[in-house]
Design a protein around this ligand. Structure first.
Ligand SMILES: [Zn+2]
Length: 334
């Protein structure tokens, strides 16, 4: 995508929009090394901006237009799929990474705008949906020092409060086991240790995470669970699920709204790439936390590195994966 975002003259250089002049190529290489998508000399939407970033399949955009472009995709996904209704109470699953950080920012903005219009209409309009944040604390399975874990959790709390979120649920993963069990930690360790391979263990933990979110939502009256899953993460899931022979339920996994769960799960960032979200965090100085990330092994990490390599040459592959699979019918499960 990066190279295809601007017109090319074949290497001779022909103006400000040309991507093949030597200076622009050098800038592109620098931008690539910084994790940016690409740069062009001016914004293709408003005509301003220096060092604009390019977006998937489109022209270069300045920071402001790039942000509006991403917010537009988020808002379109939310409204056109009826993800959030005015009476909903949304629980955002927050990991502290760029994707869930952007989801937090955008859903909060949508809520703020809805409140403004609610105020402006003398309270005669529909009620405004609520937003809360949930973080599933897996530190019991993490080998990092306690001090580092505590700092990361404090970071997560401060991010939530800085955005204006009042309800935050920091829940240990072991809480997913019945309250009747006094030794949730022991039961969690026992269950995880029974699984021999890395891939199986990761998939099991992923399932427990979702159960933990469902439990928080059910106990606190939330009506939707929002995930920060982006196109890149979904591309990884599509490939890894195929490799594992999990194709039967795959189309249902990648829908905007997954109603298989008791509390429906929504993924409004499905059309955004991971690099776009990271770049927005960089441009807007949105604080993220990656301290609690654990190294991944097995099939999931192999697929992730494969998708990353593909991205260099065919950046739109992530969306093609998601769109292709979501067009398959999930008649029974969803
Ligand atoms: Zn612009």
């Amino acid at each position: 995508m990066a190279a295809g975002s601007a017109a090319s003259c074949g290497g001779t250089g022909c103006g400000s929009h040309c991507s093949s002049s030597s200076s622009t190529a050098a800038e592109d290489a620098t931008a690539e090394s910084l994790g940016r998508l690409s740069v062009s000399r001016e914004c293709g939407k408003c005509g301003g901006g220096v060092g604009a970033v390019a977006v998937a399949g489109g022209v270069g955009l300045c920071g402001e237009c790039f942000r509006a472009h991403l917010f537009g995709k988020f808002k379109l996904a939310v409204t056109s799929n009826a993800m959030v209704r005015p009476t909903d109470s949304v629980l955002l699953a927050f990991s502290g990474g760029p994707a869930s950080r952007v989801a937090l920012q955008f859903i909060h903005e949508m809520r703020s705008k809805a409140i403004e219009s609610w105020d402006a209409s003398n309270s005669q309009a529909l009620p405004v949906f609520g937003v809360a944040v949930a973080f599933v604390d897996e530190s019991v399975l993490c080998s990092k020092p306690k001090q580092e874990i505590d700092m990361a959790i404090e970071d997560i709390k401060s991010i939530g409060f800085s955005v204006g979120i009042k309800a935050m649920h920091i829940t240990p993963l072991e809480d997913v086991f019945s309250m009747a069990s006094k030794d949730g930690e022991g039961r969690l360790r026992e269950a995880v240790d029974m699984i021999d391979d890395d891939t199986g263990r990761e998939d099991f933990l992923q399932c427990l995470r979702m159960l933990a979110l469902q439990k928080i939502a059910l106990e606190n009256g939330y009506t939707k669970i929002m995930l920060g899953s982006c196109a890149s993460a979904i591309a990884c899931h599509v490939l890894s699920a195929t490799v594992k022979g999990q194709g039967y339920s795959l189309p249902a996994d990648v829908q905007y709204v997954d109603t298989r769960w008791e509390i429906p799960v929504v993924i409004p960032l499905r059309d955004c790439l991971a690099r776009e979200l990271s770049l927005l965090c960089e441009l807007d100085s949105l604080k993220t936390q990656q301290h609690l990330d654990r190294p991944s092994n097995g099939i999931n990490s192999l697929v992730a590195s494969f998708v990353e390599r593909l991205r260099v040459s065919k950046i739109s592959l992530s969306m093609r994966h998601a769109n292709y699979v979501s067009n398959c019918n999930p008649p029974i499960l969803n």
